[in-house]
Design a protein around this ligand. Structure first.
Ligand code: CP
Length: 310
């Protein structure tokens, strides 16, 4: 009923989500909803509870829901009684009491999706819980790589580097779990204070330099420095760009010539990637965003109640 994270999903389960998403994409990779699915969620009242900022996830969930005929209501922090001191949990419990059929929830609190799933008898879809997980991002990253490399049955042996602020990244977690389940080899890299240690148990190799991360990568997923989760710890943007950023010279000299660049967004131009890399033919960043709509359609189709309601 719920989608909280990808950590425990099997290869078969990840592939099932990706296969379901394919029906919402054309062969050229554009979003498309088959006629038979356009009223799939008719009568479903979906609450989009975004208590942390979001552009891509919020709008693509809303677009996905509407493409399937659901009614959506958006709740953002600025317009709620969170401003008066109400907890995120109470906000969600009150929304559920109004009769929503499912809630998509983004919040700073890592425990919130699990707490809600335990307390509420309606589907909870995690749209990002602090530095916990971001399951639809993990799935859309896997779908993007699967499509780009033409590997419908898995990503066995594909080498994927995830580089930047890994420890604070829910994207890094969910994407690592999805790619690992599909057989890819994941390498994590970033400044020492921003990468996990082997003891943290990530199913990935950990390296300490950009050159090591990039040398054999088929794909590089670049992350933003998440200052909002760093409790005042400062990273100098110019230093970071010099040591960990990717410009066209780094692309040419340190990456295999077929390797592609991904980024979950928002990109801080000139820090982790230069303009010309963001817009490079080997950048899949906007393709990720398009695939995000298809993945969210697949997730809503799977998790939301489909019986017609008043
Ligand atoms: N990738 C991602 O989660 O972007 P938003 O924060 O804009 O939703």
């Amino acid at each position: 009923m719920h989608l909280i994270g990808l950590k425990d999903l099997s290869r078969r389960e990840v592939i099932a989500y990706l296969d379901e998403a394919e029906q919402f994409l054309t062969g050229q990779g554009e979003v498309s909803t088959p006629e038979s699915q356009r009223n799939l969620l008719s009568g479903c009242n979906l609450g989009l509870v975004f208590l942390e900022p979001s552009t891509r996830t919020r709008v693509s969930f809303e677009m996905a829901a509407r493409r399937l005929g659901a009614t959506t209501m958006l709740v953002t922090e600025e317009a709620t009684s969170r401003k008066k001191g109400e907890t995120s949990m109470d906000t969600c419990l009150n929304l559920a009491a109004m009769g929503f059929d499912a809630l998509v929830v983004r919040d700073l609190d890592r425990q919130l999706p699990d707490v809600l799933a335990e307390r509420l008898n309606l589907p909870i879809i995690n749209a990002g819980n602090g530095s916990g997980e971001h399951p639809t991002q993990g799935l859309l990253d896997a779908l993007t790589l699967r499509r780009h490399f033409g590997r419908p049955d898995g990503l066995d042996g594909l080498s994927v580097a995830i580089m930047g602020d890994v420890v604070h990244s829910r994207v890094a977690r969910s994407t690592t779990y999805a790619l690992h389940a599909l057989g890819a080899h994941v390498t994590l890299a970033g400044p020492p204070m921003l990468v996990p240690t082997p003891a943290d148990g990530w199913p990935a190799r950990i390296v300490s330099t950009r050159a090591e991360a990039l040398a054999e990568a088929d794909a590089v997923i670049v992350l933003r420095i998440q200052s909002e989760r760093m409790h005042g710890q400062l990273v100098d943007a110019a230093d970071y760009a010099h040591v960990w950023g990717i410009d066209e010279t780094v692309m040419t000299e340190q990456m295999p010539s077929h390797a592609v660049i991904l980024h979950p967004g928002p990109v801080i131009r000139g820090v982790e990637l230069t303009d010309s890399v963001i817009d490079h033919p080997r950048s899949l960043i906007l393709r990720q965003v398009t695939h995000g709509v298809a993945i969210r359609q697949a997730v809503l189709a799977r998790h939301c109640p489909q019986a017609s309601r008043e």
